[in-house]
Design a protein around this ligand. Structure first.
Ligand SMILES: [Zn+2]
Length: 237
């Protein structure tokens, strides 16, 4: 095999490796985005808080209504006693009248309080409804995006399998010493072991090759490396 051809084979291998690298980066980014959505987390937390507040509000409303019922009942009992003629003693009657008045005032205050609690609960109910709706919409959107992401993930996996197989087949045709040299260079040169020569210069570092270097790249029986960046030079005529 000519040197140019060997360098060309390594260059092709590099193209495969770069494609695999890009694929891996996309897979990683996808895995990160599928993991968790900060907006969803925030909306779930807000929805939870709104639910708890509503629960507390409904409890307060129930208690206010019970207190009002209790007062109504007590007031009815005393009014009955006051108007059914069972109490005749003036002193007792006056005390009863005072008691009825006191209960009426208390009932009025309790009615106002109950109304306030009711309005507060209504507002909490509205908030909880809004939070639930916002969460539902975000979850729906996430599921849609997730479905597309899931599909993309299996596409990427299939593509990766295909490329891996292609690479395995490809390297069987490469001398093992040469492959070792390529792998070592790849590790030390940011994944780029081979650089193309175009317009008499190294495409990676842009250094211009001297005429004698160009001559060696074209005709030498040994692989030539860039005098500046150290990468294997590949000349494609
Ligand atoms: Zn170079």
């Amino acid at each position: 095999m000519s040197t140019i051809k060997i360098a060309g084979t390594l260059y092709q291998l590099q193209q495969l490796d770069l494609e695999l690298e890009r694929l891996l980066a996309e897979q990683q980014a996808l895995a990160n985005s599928l993991q968790g959505d900060p907006l969803l987390k925030k909306l779930r937390a807000e929805h939870n808080i709104a639910q708890q507040q509503l629960h507390a509000g409904l409890q307060a409303q129930k208690e206010a209504e019970w207190a009002l019922e209790d007062l109504d009942h007590r007031l009815r009992m005393q009014e009955q006693r006051l108007y059914n003629g069972s109490v005749t003693n003036p002193k007792e009657l006056s005390a009863l009248q005072q008691e009825v008045q006191r209960l009426r005032a208390q009932q009025k205050r309790q009615e106002e309080m109950t109304l306030e609690v009711l309005l507060a609960t209504e507002s909490l109910q509205e908030t909880a409804k809004q939070k639930a709706e916002a969460l539902r919409q975000a979850e729906e959107k996430w599921t849609e995006g997730n479905a597309a992401g899931m599909m993309r993930r299996s596409q990427l996996e299939a593509k990766q399998q295909e490329l891996q197989t292609k690479r395995e087949q490809f390297v069987t045709g490469i001398d093992s010493e040469l492959l070792k040299r390529y792998e070592a260079l790849k590790r030390s040169k940011q994944g780029r072991a081979v650089s193309k020569v175009e317009q008499n210069s190294c495409q990676w570092c842009r250094v211009i090759l001297t005429p004698s270097e160009m001559q060696r790249v074209r005709a030498s029986t040994e692989l030539q490396t860039c005098s500046n960046c150290g990468r294997i030079l590949y000349y494609d005529r």
